[in-house]
Design a binder for this molecule. Structure first.
Ligand code: NAP
Length: 240
């Protein structure tokens, strides 16, 4: 059984940043619309069933660093993964090795896209957090001992949620952990013609101590599209 096709789709400044003041410009807004259209628009290029996000990305955009409200007294939590019932066909796959995210709902909205949340936990997460997720009807899978094992996570997403194509959606730490594990087939970068020179904000790929190393990976250019407003859309295959 082959694994799902994984493409990393990211929006960057000219200097490869994925966050920063460059985003507060009209030029960036225009390129951002193209970024959305390619992966989520009506005539989207990619037909994926869900997108993966790192814990920091989820806190920055959706859970806003809220603490999960955990009960101390709860019924026994069945071992293993939990697949919640819902009627959406799009998933937001949240990498959360320690069970830190303070979700308040099992659904989220990104522009016009509605998605059901799946938490990807490691074995070190306690039953109190799993009970918290079950109460919210949030699906979860367990993949990895202390940190997330990308290979096992993708295998479970395929088996339990029938995923055939998955978007690796950042940030830089998550992207690099999947690329280093050989779990990314394609890189799609929408580059806006703006830079802000920030040196302390994350780039497209970031190593994290104890998780990944600065080991070179090469890419083969698949296509390049240029737009009148100066935006570039670059597609590369990862030379795994
Ligand atoms: N421009 C774009 O297209 C774009 C797209 C997405 C995100 N972003 C931005 O990027 C910023 C965050 O990027 P970032 O690189 O700092 O963080 P990130 O990749 O969003 O999250 C990093 C965290 O994810 C967890 N993680 C990632 N891979 C893991 C693995 N294999 N095993 C276990 N845990 C893993 C760790 O969480 P713990 O710390 O809990 O262990 C790690 O600290 C956000 O501000 C977001 O808005 C931009």
């Amino acid at each position: 059984m082959t694994r799902p096709y994984i493409f990393c789709h990211m929006f960057t400044s000219l200097d490869g940043k994925i966050l920063g003041p460059y985003m507060d410009t009209p030029e960036s807004d225009k390129s951002g619309d193209l970024f959305y259209e390619i992966a989520f628009g009506k005539n989207r290029h990619y037909d994926h069933q869900g997108w993966l996000s790192g814990r920091t990305t989820t806190d920055d955009n959706f859970t806003h660093y809220k603490e999960p409200v955990l009960e101390t007294d709860f019924p026994e939590v069945p071992a293993g993964d939990f697949v919640a019932e819902h009627d959406l066909s799009m998933y937001y796959i949240s990498i959360d090795a320690s069970g830190r995210l303070g979700w308040e709902s099992n659904l989220l909205t990104y522009r016009e896209t509605k998605a059901h949340v799946i938490e990807v936990l490691s074995e070190k997460v306690g039953d109190d957090y799993k009970h918290f997720l079950r109460q919210l009807n949030i699906s979860y899978i367990i993949a990895g001992k202390d940190s997330i094992d990308p290979v096992l996570a993708v295998k479970k997403l395929q088996e339990l949620f029938d995923m055939k194509m998955i978007m690796l959606g950042g940030g830089g730490v998550l992207n690099w952990s999947f690329i280093q594990a050989g779990m990314c087939d394609e890189l799609s970068v929408v580059m806006t013609p703006v830079a802000d020179g920030s040196s302390d904000l994350p780039s497209l790929f970031e190593t994290k101590e104890g998780l990944t190393e600065a080991k070179p990976v090469t890419f083969s250019l698949e296509s390049s599209s240029t737009y009148k407003d100066g935006t570039l859309w670059l597609r590369y295959l990862v030379n795994n």
